[in-house]
Write a protein that binds this ligand. Structure first.
Ligand code: ATP
Length: 304
C-alpha cells in the first residue's frame, strides 16, 4: 500500500459473496498536498483570486471506504466533522449521483488523518477520492475532465486532488497541468493548534498594499528540470504575508525547522501548517525527534 505510484488512487476492490447477493467494497486513499510555490496574480471578475501555484501530493492520506448501499450515508472517524451535506465527501457523492442520474447510493466511511483547516486540502482530497471511487463503483464511465469539472464545483483544490503528483495549477484551481515528478523528499509537517479559514486568509491578503511575489517561473523551470536545489531555493508563498503578522507561531515554526536542518521551509496553502523538506523520510523522522517546539501537531511524510 505504501509503494503506490505518485498521484494514483490505490484501489482495492474485492467481492464479498453472501448467500444471495454480491456487494462491492472499495478503499480509496485521499492524499494531502503542499504548495511548493503559491502566488496571487489578481482578483477575477467573479471575485475569486487568480492563482499560479505548484502543488505536490504527499503520502499522508485519509482513507475512504465505500460500500454499495441504497442511499448515500457517511460516517466519519478521527475528526469532529459533519456526516451530512456539510461534509465535502458527502457533497461529492450527492453531486455525482445527481449529475449522472444514478438512483443507487453508497455507504461511505471516512477515516481522517489529514489535519483540518490546515492548508493541506484534506476536505478536497476526500471529495476527489469519493468522485473517483464512486465513478468506478457505480460504473458511470465519466472521464477525467468530467470529474474535474464536477470537482471544481465542490472546491478549488479538488481538480488537482483528482490527478495528484506534481502539477502547475492556475485560474482558481481548475487548470491543472501535470509536471515531471520530483524525488521522494522527506517532509516534516508542523501545525499550530489553531486552524485558518481560507476565505479569511485571502481577505487579509487583499489588504496588503504591495505584496512581495515568489519566483513562480523559476520554480516551474526548477521542477521541470528536476533541479531539487532550485526547488528548495525558490519555495515561496505570497499568503505568508497575510498570516505571519497575525500568527507569529508560523515564523517560530519556520525557524525551528531550519534549526534542525530542513533544507527548505514554507507555509502550505492558506496555512497554518508549515512544512520542512529533508533528503528523505528517514531524515524527516530524525528531525521530528529533535524539533524543539511547543504544543504543535507534527507529521512525518514524503512526496508521493
Ligand atoms: P484548502 O488547503 O483546500 O484550503 P484546508 O486544508 O485549509 O483546505 P480542509 O481541512 O480541507 O482545509 O477543510 C476546511 C473546512 O472544510 C474544515 O474546517 C471543515 O469545516 C470543512 N470540511 C468539510 N468536509 C470536510 C472533510 N471531509 N475534511 C476536512 N474538512 C472538511
Amino acid at each position: 500500500m505504501d509503494t503506490c505510484p505518485p498521484g494514483i488512487f490505490w484501489i482495492y476492490l474485492y467481492i464479498k459473496y453472501t448467500k444471495d447477493m454480491v456487494t462491492f467494497n472499495m478503499i480509496v486513499k485521499a492524499y494531502a498536498k503542499i504548495n511548493l510555490v503559491l502566488d496571487v496574480l489578481g482578483t477575477r471578475p467573479d471575485r475569486y483570486h487568480e492563482l499560479v501555484t505548484i502543488m505536490q501530493t504527499l503520502d499522508l492520506h485519509d482513507v475512504v471506504e465505500i460500500n454499495e448501499a441504497r442511499k448515500i450515508e457517511l460516517n466519519v472517524e478521527g475528526a469532529d466533522l459533519p456526516a451530512g451535506p456539510g461534509n465535502l465527501a458527502f457533497q461529492a457523492a450527492d453531486l455525482l449521483r445527481r449529475r449522472a442520474g444514478f438512483d443507487g447510493g453508497a455507504d461511505i466511511k471516512l477515516v481522517k488523518r489529514i489535519p483540518l483547516a490546515a492548508g493541506l486540502a484534506g476536505g478536497s482530497a476526500d471529495a476527489a477520492a469519493v468522485l473517483h471511487g464512486l465513478n468506478n463503483l457505480w460504473g458511470l464511465g465519466m472521464v477525467a475532465s468530467e470529474l474535474e469539472t464536477l470537482g471544481a464545483a465542490i472546491g478549488s483544490d479538488v481538480p488537482f486532488c483528482l490527478r495528484g503528483g506534481t502539477a502547475l495549477v492556475q485560474g482558481r484551481g481548475e487548470k491543472v497541468h501535470p509536471l515531471p515528478g520530483l524525488p521522494p523528499l522527506g517532509v516534516l509537517l508542523v501545525k499550530p493548534f489553531f486552524g485558518l479559514s481560507t476565505a479569511q486568509v485571502y481577505r487579509l491578503y487583499d489588504d496588503i498594499v504591495e505584496p512581495l511575489h515568489p519566483d513562480s517561473q523559476g520554480m516551474l523551470r526548477a521542477v521541470c528540470s528536476g533541479d531539487v536545489g532550485g526547488v528548495v531555493a525558490r519555495l515561496g508563498n505570497v499568503l505568508e504575508q497575510a498570516t505571519m503578522p497575525l500568527h507569529p507561531e508560523i515564523r517560530e515554526i519556520k525557524e525551528a525547522l531550519t534549526a534542525i536542518g530542513a533544507s527548505g521551509v514554507l507555509m502550505s496553502g492558506s496555512g497554518p501548517t508549515v512544512f520542512g523538506l529533508f533528503e528523505n523520510k528517514a531524515a524527516a523522522l530524525q528531525a521530528a525527534c529533535e524539533i524543539k517546539i511547543g504544543n504543535f501537531g507534527v507529521w512525518v511524510t514524503e512526496f508521493n
